[in-house]
Design a protein around this ligand. Structure first.
Ligand code: AMP
Length: 126
């Protein structure tokens, strides 16, 4: 069920619990600013989620309110993970779902990183 990204941050969301180590994940990277782990229901041969370490619901919330160091660290972490996974040369796709029209289900900002095969159209044709 897509979430309302204008609601206050919910500290009990599933990615908050993963960041606190309360539930397991298949981690691929972590630094002071971000954590990356495999999506539990992959939609491509490589499907990794990168989440910033901070209480931000969506890209809107993060871009408006996060400190510059966290924004820079998160963006660098996404690039680092893509390089570490060998995705730069073949190419890959980043995606962030925001709110109802975006189909966002987890109310903690995350970027999907897809790769490992040609990914087709950006949006399914109607
Ligand atoms: P979104 O629609 O952008 O909010 O996508 C949420 C993503 O989180 C989906 O692709 C889910 O498969 C993924 N997901 C949900 N729970 C977990 C979990 N415990 N570990 C890893 N990925 C998860």
């Amino acid at each position: 069920m897509p979430i309302d990204p204008t609601l206050p941050y919910d500290r009990d969301n599933i990615f908050a619990k993963i960041l606190r180590g309360e539930i397991p994940c298949s981690k691929v990277y972590e630094d002071d600013f971000a954590m990356a782990f495999h999506d539990i229901a992959p939609q491509a041969p490589v499907h990794v989620l990168v989440v910033p370490k901070g209480d931000y619901v969506s890209w809107d919330d993060f871009s408006a309110h996060a400190p510059d160091a966290l924004i820079a660290g998160f963006v660098r972490a996404v690039g680092h993970v893509a390089r570490e996974l060998g995705l730069v040369e073949p190419g890959y796709r980043l995606l962030a779902n925001i709110g109802v029209h975006g189909g966002q289900e987890v109310p903690h900002l995350h970027v999907h990183l897809f790769g490992g095969q040609p990914l087709g159209r950006m949006i399914v044709a109607r």
